[in-house]
Design a protein around this ligand. Sequence first.
Ligand code: NI
Length: 160
Amino acid sequence: MRYPPAAEFALTADSQPESLCRAGNPILADITSLEACLDKINLAQKFSLFNEQYKPKIVGEINDTYVKLVKFQGDFMWHHHDVEDELFFVVKGELRMKVRENGSEREIVIHPGEFIIIPHGVEHFPTTEVETHVMLLEPKTTLNTGNVRNERTQPELQRI
Ligand code: NI
């Protein structure tokens, strides 16, 4: 597999941070885009690359949606997203998702191999007893803490 020099990657990252792997990128024209960009992702391998909790990592993108991985342990917080729907797919552990609907609150337990979609506008509170590995699918505009800004807010996400 042949990649362009690092300087060209840097130029591309500055000018088109969201489309490094997109077909038609002129900087990638002299290499096989499919070769550089089409590769499978192994979730266990990606989860082995980081230990921080509550700091989502970007591992892929589908049009306007990011695929992210995050490790949760303990309580997150109540929040909602005004326009974005969020999908939480549990890979390992156990995610307890508290939600508020029509003035009442309930908790949904999501096990490995299961997912839940939280529609925009719905107040939710992820919490776990054990460290839980979750894959997220959500629009690129999604801020992890939604309408709340505090020390857990992660405006810039690392790609791994
Ligand atoms: Ni959320």
